[in-house]
Design a protein around this ligand. Sequence first.
Ligand SMILES: *[C@@H]1O[C@H](CO)[C@@H](O)[C@H](O)[C@H]1NC(C)=O
Ligand SMILES: *[C@@H]1O[C@H](CO)[C@@H](O)[C@H](O)[C@H]1NC(C)=O
Ligand SMILES: *[C@@H]1O[C@H](CO)[C@@H](O)[C@H](O)[C@H]1NC(C)=O
Ligand SMILES: *[C@@H]1O[C@H](CO)[C@@H](O)[C@H](O)[C@H]1NC(C)=O
Ligand SMILES: *[C@@H]1O[C@H](CO)[C@@H](O)[C@H](O)[C@H]1NC(C)=O
Length: 389
Amino acid sequence: MLPSTNTICILIFSISFVANGKSNDINRPTVGIIRWDAWNLVHGQYDEISFYSHRAMSPEHFHYRLPFFAKVNSDTNVTINGDTQEIMDKEILYASYAGFDYWAFDTYCAFGPNCTTNSPYCAQYYQQTSTRYCPQNPAYGLYRYLSSRYIALINFTFVLLGSSPCGDEFQEYYIELMMHRQFQTVLGGRPLLYLFQFDDQEAQLCGGGWEGSRRVFDSFRQKVINRGLQNPYLVLMDGDIQRCKIRAATIGFDAISSYGLGGGGTVQGSPFSDEVQRSVQWWNAALQSGAKVVIPLSTGWDPRPRYEHPVPWVDQGPEHFLQPTAKELQDFLKTSLELTCTNQNVTEAQTVIVYAWNENSENGAALIPSIGNGTYYISALSDMLPMTC
Ligand SMILES: *[C@@H]1O[C@H](CO)[C@@H](O)[C@H](O)[C@H]1NC(C)=O
Ligand SMILES: *[C@@H]1O[C@H](CO)[C@@H](O)[C@H](O)[C@H]1NC(C)=O
Ligand SMILES: *[C@@H]1O[C@H](CO)[C@@H](O)[C@H](O)[C@H]1NC(C)=O
Ligand SMILES: *[C@@H]1O[C@H](CO)[C@@H](O)[C@H](O)[C@H]1NC(C)=O
Ligand SMILES: *[C@@H]1O[C@H](CO)[C@@H](O)[C@H](O)[C@H]1NC(C)=O
């Protein structure tokens, strides 16, 4: 199923509905969704990330999971390039129709050909955190978003990755963008930022350890404030709740969360209800941990494309969950929003972060409209979002 003219009419209708709904709602948690932009060509070629993404998704039995803009040339040959304004414009309309408030752009270092970089932070990321993870144009999605005439329909923030957020030049770049009027805020104007893949080695490079890293992030906060913005709301992502809580407290972060809740499932595919159960357990444990929490929600987990054609930066098996039905996805998101509503002293930022928009090779139910499932999931969400407390 491909997006049709009917879909576009529904889109336009819903957008005006969402826009009207927003201004009157007093207590409405926002919903953000993670973007992983690895679906582009650079000068007509796949770069270090999109090469592996493309390879993983090329077998026919995964074509249904390809983003809507992919071209199927034959059973084993697909072309994927989402780096055009026209495609981004459509993605914004789709995400807004679903009811999302903001995209959280995965924010990586950009590398030269053959993984070259002048930055020690980027070199560390590529050598240690995520082997051979060296995209040449990782921000193509962000730039197409910023230049879209539909930009006002959805806000944005970053999932910062690795140690580069400790570098002055990186911080300056983020602050410039944090001043953009579409930058997502929480708690009455505090810019929202996530940090992921920040581990012992990153803390070492950042500030000579966790305590030193706190000074680096405190100084970042001050730089943001000096530019006239409010104190940023910083969220550390790490699936290990206790570890995340301790680390977040040490570096002075405001809340804990997770980049989805990956892993789990069985080779033959576990029912989605198992994934829901797993998440609800994590949510409750996090809510009781004593830390402030941004609830993460995974729409799926199925890295089989990467099991069949491994990517060098992560080793993933064939275990997976079956795709949710529309009803299962709606109920799941509803539960996460209800918990966010009823635990306001813990979920103070009143936001939920969804994984994921376009992790199509890792998540069996990425929400971007796809070749096989069309607008099934975003239509399901548009029926229930926005949801007030
Ligand atoms: C895949 O299809 C495209 C478009 O038809 C073609 O240009 C390209 O050579 C094909 N690639 C392979 C490896 O066959
Ligand atoms: C790419 O980098 C590797 C490892 O540093 C090196 O061995 C290789 O010669 C380089 N290739 C090119 C084309 O520069
Ligand atoms: C974007 O964020 C601003 C400031 O937080 C808010 O006023 C606006 O409603 C948001 N827009 C969307 C589309 O969520
Ligand atoms: C949040 O509020 C609930 C009920 O009002 C209370 O039981 C709980 O201890 C509070 N949690 C925190 C972290 O303040
Ligand atoms: C998504 O598409 C695949 C392939 O056509 C199909 O097997 C699957 O049932 C679809 N999923 C949903 C939730 O409709």
